[in-house]
Design a protein around this ligand. Structure first.
Ligand SMILES: *Cc1c(COP(=O)(O)O)cnc(C)c1O
Length: 833
């Protein structure tokens, strides 16, 4: 940045307007008259960004100057959501910017709508990473988020004839005003090739001799990783942290060589190949495909991040200080290749002995597991891994050999040894990344109390027997800045009036609301906020999706990735049952609680069943819409392209939060927390963080239903037979028969055949077994909703008692249990002095 903005004095609307026009005219090169809405947005974003830079410099100089420890959060995904409003909130410039724009005849809200959110994640896991970097910055913890700057993020979802169609997410098409590229700081990353005896050139050893355990990796090809910095402002602090995302670029040497050989086409092809690495986010959530490019992405960002981290943490300092200077957190298995990469750096490049390197590595890494589904546990065939990263495979083999030898030494039997091997033998030889992560980390955590327990008891049971102290829990959280303060301005104003403004940084202060839950005036204010949020949503969905929805209805919302374990199908069966009963005359439409059922869900493009379920939801929506008997009583709204921006509008309008996964399948969920904090009541199973939500808000303020995890497990063991549930429950039978009859597919009985036969014959996630309990719970919901005062009281108590679910609390738990990295508030020593 060539120019330094003077930010001594607090900006005024007129000084800010000047900065804005300065950006527009001199950086974008457009006049006020010719500027497009996007130009105006970009100029605004850049004007706001100016006010983050000084704090960012101060943060960097404070953190780098001292000998503080920093957190390197490694995550393949960051589902950031829009940046502008959050940056305005952090800088306290919202009203200044609004006034400045007003003065120019422009609207802040309209310009904000121009922003395309960076969708660099699939769902909960990526959103968690985004919440965590927000909390780390707010809490003044030295931290860098490392990830990938995907050129195309999560696809944009559209519906054609009710079926999902994916479109490329070209989020960079109009430029990204929030990123600062540093091509001059590119890091070279190798792939392929072979290993050989090192030839006396160990870089890190004093005499240049190779270390005792070193091998030489000769990569077959290299790419450059170019860092792009994103500023991560803390709220109510000077601190601005860094999110560093890597973009792939062909190396110059690579190009030159081929250009010189005269093969222009090959050079261009090579360039394209290299740059493919950061081209697109894999759209699978929970069920990764073992694709070569995916492993390339993982190693690419991990190798660049480790090189960066070591330089940052140590400079020219002592490698032995590594665990005191940096702590790596592995967000799921995606970055686990970092463990052998660290060993390679220490042993091959810096010449340390194996044992010492292993000790330093293990002390520096920690692993967060995010799943319970076996198909979500990443494995890489040794074939692929050996081809792409031959030295890393050697290192993994040695880690495994020594680990298994230690097991045998301590009396482990052969069956146990094979069970725990990092290398699986059947059906193909492959590396179990979760096991590698567990062996190579100090701490392993699950993401909710139940999940961590199930990790200990089932998924990683052998390891927890071996190392009980290694396992811990950190229940997920969400940032109150984005998901309450920004998403729900009405509620925020009410909270400010009632408990003061401190809740934004200290969410436990919401407890102060409990005293007001009985106050009729407060309840009225609370209800008014919910009503206004519904109106805001209805207006949005009218223009965004052409939907015509009532405001005076129970808003029953199920938004999350489409996955069978989450059981959107159970929600569909509830709606189909209501429709069926009205149609057959068993239910008087006047007795149906007016209800808008909102779905929002993307399906992985290759996930057939999930896409069929989307089509079914849209088909049921259309059929119900066309039936006058249900007008004003029951309606499905399924806006396409659920993302963070839409979540921020949907969740504050919700009355009922659907968290209905089969117990033992959802690791935590974070959507559930967003809803509770925005005053929706949960209908849910005892799964993931639902358990903790219910414990905190009270069982009177939560609609519990369904099997417990041990019950579901036992039913599976006994041989689950969905057909028997179908036979024994006439309402269920009739609902499924209705789908099978073609009632939602213009009489075509084959349209949803795959869904029907799966439900009747397989039903892996036991939808039918929980159907009756779910319908009963929905009847309890209707009865409760009929008493607005009691409902509002419960909703208030949900807000008052959910402060625990702030991601600030999650970060505090990570700090106390795992990271032990003290806060370092940024000192002002930047541009002004
Ligand atoms: C919070 C969030 C999720 C996670 O939702 P779950 O219900 O926990 O699966 C997914 N997508 C978006 C856009 C979110 O904001």
């Amino acid at each position: 940045m060539g120019r330094v903005t003077d930010t001594h004095a607090a900006p005024t609307p007129s000084s800010f307007a000047e900065e804005f026009l300065d950006e527009l005219h001199f950086e974008l090169g457009v006049s006020r008259e010719t500027a497009s809405p996007t130009d105006l947005y970009v100029a605004l974003a850049r004007a706001v960004r100016r006010h983050l830079v000084e704090g960012w410099f101060d943060t960097l100089s404070t953190q780098l100057g001292g000998d503080s420890k920093f957190v390197a959060y490694l995550s393949a995904e960051y589902l950031l959501g829009r940046q502008l409003e959050n940056a305005l909130l952090a800088t306290g410039l919202t009203e200044v910017a609004r006034d400045a724009l007003d003065g120019l005849g422009l609207s802040l809200d309209e310009l904000s709508e121009q922003e395309v959110e960076p969708g660099l994640g699939n769902g909960g896991l990526g959103r968690l990473a985004a919440c965590f970097i927000d909390s780390l910055a707010t809490m003044d913890v030295p931290a860098v988020g490392y990830g990938i700057r995907y050129e195309y993020g999560i696809f944009r979802q559209t519906f054609v004839d009710g079926r999902q169609v994916e479109q490329a997410d070209d989020w960079l098409a109009l430029g990204s005003p929030w990123e600062i590229p540093h091509p001059e700081m590119a890091v070279t990353v190798g792939f392929g090739g072979h290993t050989e005896e090192p030839a006396g050139t160990g870089e890190g050893t004093a005499d240049g001799a190779p270390g005792p355990d070193a091998r030489q990796w000769v990569p077959g090809w290299t790419v450059e990783a170019v860092p792009y910095n994103y500023l991560v402002p803390g709220y109510g602090t000077r601190n601005v942290n860094t999110l560093r995302l890597w973009s792939a670029r062909a190396t110059k040497a690579f190009n030159l060589e081929i250009f010189n050989s005269g093969d222009y086409e090959a050079a261009v092809r090579g360039q394209t190949y290299a740059e493919n690495i950061s081209k697109v986010l894999y759209p699978e959530d929970s069920t990764p495909q073992g694709k070569e490019l995916r492993l390339q992405q993982q190693y690419f960002f991990v190798a660049a991040s480790l090189a960066d981290t070591i330089a940052r943490a140590l400079g020219d300092g002592d490698l032995h200080a590594l665990p005191d200077r940096v702590v790596f957190q592995l967000n799921d298995t995606h970055p686990v290749i970092a463990i052998p990469e660290m060993m390679r750096l220490l042993v091959d490049v810096h010449g340390l002995g194996w044992d010492e390197a292993w000790d330093l590595t293990r002390r520096s890494f920690n692993y967060t597991c995010h799943t319970l589904l076996p198909e979500a546990l990443e494995i890489w065939s040794v074939d692929l891994l050996g081809r792409l990263l031959p030295r890393h495979l050697e290192i993994i083999y040695r880690i495994n050999e020594e680990f298994l030898a230690s097991l045998r030494d301590s009396g482990g039997n052969e069956l146990q040894v094979r069970r725990m091997s990092i290398i699986q033998e059947q059906p193909e030889r492959a590396v179990r990344m979760a096991y590698l992560a567990t062996v190579g980390s100090t701490k392993v955590n699950g993401v909710a109390a139940l999940h961590s327990q199930l990790l200990r008891d089932a998924v990683l049971h052998d390891f927890s027997d071996l190392w009980p102290e290694k396992f811990t829990n950190v229940t997920n959280g969400i940032t109150p800045r984005r998901f309450v303060r920004l998403a729900n301005p009405g509620l925020s104003a009410l909270l400010d009036e009632t408990v003061g403004t401190g809740w934004v940084k200290d969410l436990d202060q919401l407890r102060g609301l409990e005293a007001h839950a009985e106050d009729p005036e407060f309840r009225r204010g609370f209800r008014d906020v919910k009503a206004a949020n519904k109106q805001r949503l209805v207006d949005l969905l009218a223009t965004r999706d052409g939907l015509h929805l009532p405001t005076d209805a129970l808003y029953d919302v199920m938004v999350k990735r489409l996955h069978e374990y989450k059981r959107q199908m159970l929600k569909v069966l509830h709606v189909v049952t209501l429709y069926d009963q009205v149609r057959s005359g068993a239910l008087d439409p006047a007795d149906v609680t007016p209800r808008v059922v909102v779905f929002g869900a993307k399906a992985a493009p290759g996930y057939r069943m999930a896409k069929d379920i989307i089509a079914l939801v849209n088909a049921v929506a259309a059929t119900i819409d066309a039936d006058p008997a249900l007008a004003g009583r029951l309606q499905i709204a399924f806006p396409a392209n659920y993302n963070v921006t839409l979540a921020e509008k949907l969740i504050p309008a919700a009355d009922l939060s659907e968290q209905i996964s089969l117990a033992g399948k959802e690791a935590s969920g974070t959507g559930n927390m967003k809803f509770a904090l925005n005053g929706a009541l949960t209908i849910g199973t005892l799964d993931g963080a639902n358990v903790e939500i219910r414990d905190l808000v009270g069982d009177d303020n939560f609609f519990l239903f369904g099997m417990t995890e041990p019950e579901a497990e036992a039913l599976g063991q006994a041989g689950y037979d969905p057909g028997s549930f179908y036979e024994q429950d006439p309402a269920l039978k009739s609902a499924i028969d209705l789908i099978a009859s073609g009632a939602f597919s213009h009489g075509d009985p084959t349209a949803f055949e795959s869904i029907v036969s799966d439900l009747l014959w397989k039903d892996r996630f036991m939808v039918l077994a929980d159907y009756r309990a779910y319908l009963d719970a929905q009847s309890r919901v209707e009865a409760a909703y009929a008493d607005p005062d009691a409902w509002t009281r419960s909703a208030i108590l949900n807000v008052a008692r959910s402060g625990f679910f702030s991601s600030d609390r999650s970060i505090r738990d990570y700090l106390d249990r795992i990271w032990h990295a003290p806060a370092v508030p940024a000192r002002s020593n930047g541009l002004r002095d």
